[in-house]
Design a protein around this ligand. Structure first.
Ligand code: BTN
Length: 269
């Protein structure tokens, strides 16, 4: 995937933006450690909202909770998008959830394939994950508000089953495996740029629309789950997505809790 491929895909069905102008704020790298790391440095140096970094390969792709994100060459999309919303740090949770919706929409448009959202921000087909989202934040210390949000999205696009290392081969999948054919990564990158531009323009006015869409794609509610937080593992049942994108869960003793994404991860049972 090159900048030229993405430019051609952006220009194809687009009358409302100047694709060449848009691409001036899209940095395409063949290989890097982490697109989130690169974009965070650019944000510190004053990059503006809408700046994108895409790589064909990451050798230190970051995941949530200090994990790594498997990012092999020319197989996936490793994509980071800079937002500079006027928002408080607590709003980062909903921006991450909106990003999950934007990503489902982009994938749907390019592949015809609709994925589910596993709370809070994994995209899955069945119970297998094919996309993860890691949002990182810079805070303006003088005001305590958000300086910038780096929304990092990793999508397994054209991996075949044998491409995955053993530790994730039972839980990971790719778009190509699910759709049964290869998907153009340049088309998908272009669709991601458009959806994230839309998200950026819609924030925070379209809150209800994104919440409703998130609930449509949600596959966690109604499921028995395990809540993993550090060394603790608690079984529960997921009830629903609350208006603030937290997850209402019920434990076997009848008690109810609202989970915020922070340090928690879930396993579906
Ligand atoms: C997760 O599933 O835990 C989140 C994975 C996020 C991976 C993406 S790939 C692009 C961006 N750069 C990174 O280093 N991480 C994110």
């Amino acid at each position: 995937m090159t900048g030229d491929n993405i430019l051609a895909a952006l220009a194809k069905d687009n009358n409302h933006i100047d694709a060449a102008e848009r691409m001036k704020h899209v940095l395409v790298l063949d290989r890097t450690d982490s697109t989130n790391r690169v974009l965070k440095d650019m944000a510190r140096d004053g990059a503006s909202t809408g700046q994108v970094v895409i790589a064909n390969e990451q050798d230190a792709g970051r995941g949530r909770l200090g994990r790594s994100f498997f990012s092999p060459k020319d197989k996936g999309i490793y994509f980071s998008y800079l937002l500079r919303p006027e928002a408080a740090p607590k709003d980062a949770v909903s921006l991450t959830a909106w990003t999950a919706v934007a990503t489902v929409r982009a994938i749907e448009r390019v592949s015809g394939f609709t994925l589910g959202i596993k709370w809070v921000n994994d995209l899955v087909s069945g119970d297998r994950k094919l996309c993860g989202i890691l949002t990182e934040m810079l805070i303006d210390n003088s005001t305590g508000s958000i300086d910038s949000i780096i929304a990092g999205i990793g999508i397994n696009v054209n991996n075949s089953p044998e491409d995955f290392p053993e530790d994730i081969s039972d839980i990971a999948t790719s778009l190509a495996i699910e759709a049964g054919h290869e998907i153009s990564r340049a088309e998908l990158a272009a669709a991601m740029i458009k959806e994230m531009d839309k998200l950026s323009a819609n924030w925070p006015y379209a809150y209800e629309e994104y919440l409703e869409a998130y609930r449509t794609y949600d596959i966690t509610s109604g499921r028995d789950i395990r809540i993993i937080s550090g060394a603790s593992i608690r079984p529960a049942t997921a009830i629903r997505i609350n208006d603030d994108f937290s997850l209402k869960v019920k434990f076997s003793d009848g008690s109810v809790e609202d989970l915020s994404s922070g340090e928690v991860s879930l396993k579906l049972i």
